[in-house]
Design a binder for this molecule. Structure first.
Ligand SMILES: Cc1cc2nc3c(=O)[nH]c(=O)nc-3n(C[C@H](O)[C@H](O)[C@H](O)COP(=O)(O)O)c2cc1C
Ligand SMILES: CCCCCCC(=O)C(=O)O
Length: 359
């Protein structure tokens, strides 16, 4: 396979992306993208969990027109698929986050920009054409975080996504064995230069040292006081926390961080039902192990409003920059539309639990 558009599915794009990355980057970068925490039980679980639900298709329905469009915090998406935040897209492609954002914009999708971006917020905002959210890792230095949030709002981000499942970095053993090596010229504009005395820390240890381990529900008020952007909490896995998110006026992103944080954590399909039930009028999104249009279908049938792609977008980016991410989104869109039609569904509001049978 030479070109991303030769790939028939996301698995083939992953293989091409991994190959390109192995040719262009330090081997620790592939470890970083691929890996999970501990024994990688949750990582494997993410890959298998969607298939636990079999589909109950309905027949003799007119499916001549299938509409996959979705509305997320008032923004219309061509398909209920967005891009999850992931660090350092500049490792996958020289255009980094700008290429990802441009592909998302072109596809009528939505990109979530990581705090650990290799391009400035303003550059990514220009490429994203209003189709982006900003993900925040809350730093110990609140003034640095305040400035980032306010810059994101001024640059046109539509929501603020606070990641709540990484007060400390998970035990990623591949990186303990072979620490992540970054090119010396890789920009990290939202991290800034290393502070004196931190030279001996690995990159992951250094990122970890910047984060506020004392973050609690009480701090949401501070965050909501410095921005008018809607708040989304990323990393919610229980009905209890979904109820708290709702009480705090936040939307909910169900995620176990791609199996990279707490190994043994539940997978999203296992908990979506309880979270959606507790979420009330709050929007619920989900990520983890999504590689097929049928996974998107299942997530929506379980009550999610949209799904987000982590590694799949990175593999597309590594495989072919903007064209690779665009092809990733196109394949999922086509698969979703086909699976909807074969299930006798012509719009997303027809997807519900009656579509699912648990194995
Ligand atoms: C290489 C990599 C970097 C990531 N960086 C971030 C990040 O900066 N912020 C964040 O909230 N989540 C981050 N994530 C987690 C993703 O947002 C997402 O939750 C996860 O990748 C979803 O699982 P999937 O890769 O199976 O789609 C990262 C994931 C990967 C694979
Ligand atoms: C918890 C600080 C380092 C996280 C780096 C980015 C990230 O979320 C990842 O999964 O990797």
């Amino acid at each position: 396979m030479e070109h991303p558009t030769d790939c028939l599915n996301l698995r083939e794009l992953e293989l091409l992306g991994r190959q390109r990355l192995a040719d262009s980057a330090h081997p620790s970068v592939v470890d970083y993208y691929l890996g999970g925490a501990g024994d990688e039980r949750t990582l494997r679980g993410n890959r298998e969990a969607w298939a636990e639900w079999r589909l109950r298709p309905r027949m003799l329905v007119d499916i001549t027109e299938v509409d996959t469009s979705a509305s997320v915090l008032g923004l219309t998406l061509s398909s209920p698929v967005g891009i999850a935040p992931s660090a350092m897209h500049g490792l996958a492609h020289p255009e980094g986050e700008c290429a990802t954002a441009a592909a998302a914009a072109e596809a009528g999708s939505l990109m979530t920009l990581s705090t650990l971006s290799t391009r400035t917020l303003e550059d990514v905002a220009a490429a994203a054409q209003g189709r982006w959210w900003f993900q925040l890792y809350l730093y110990r230095d609140r003034e640095v975080s305040r400035a980032l949030v306010q810059r994101a709002e001024a640059a046109g981000a539509r929501a603020l996504v606070l990641t709540v499942d990484a007060p400390l970095v998970g035990r990623r053993e591949a990186l303990l064995r072979r620490p992540l090596q970054l090119p010396p010229d890789l920009p990290l504009p939202n991290v800034g230069p290393r502070t004196p005395g931190t030279e001996s820390l690995t990159h992951m240890q250094y990122f970890d040292s910047l984060l506020d381990t004392a973050l609690t529900w009480r701090d949401l008020e501070w965050l909501q006081g410095i921005t008018r952007l809607p708040l989304v909490l990323k990393g919610i896995l229980t009905a209890e926390d979904a109820a708290l998110a709702r009480e705090h006026g936040a939307h909910i992103w169900v995620s176990n961080h791609g199996g990279r944080q707490l190994d043994g954590a539940v997978t999203a399909p296992e908990v979506l039902g309880e979270v959606v039930a507790a979420a009330g009028d709050r929007e619920v999104y989900v990520d983890g192990g999504v590689t097929r249009g049928g996974d998107v279908l299942r997530a929506l049938a379980l009550g999610a409003r949209a799904v987000f792609l982590g590694r799949a977008a990175l593999w597309g980016l590594a495989a072919g920059g903007q064209a690779g991410v665009a092809h990733t989104l196109k394949l999922l869109h086509e698969e979703l539309a086909l699976d909807m039609a074969l299930c006798g569904k012509t719009a997303l509001d027809q997807l519900g639990p009656d579509l699912l049978h648990r194995r």
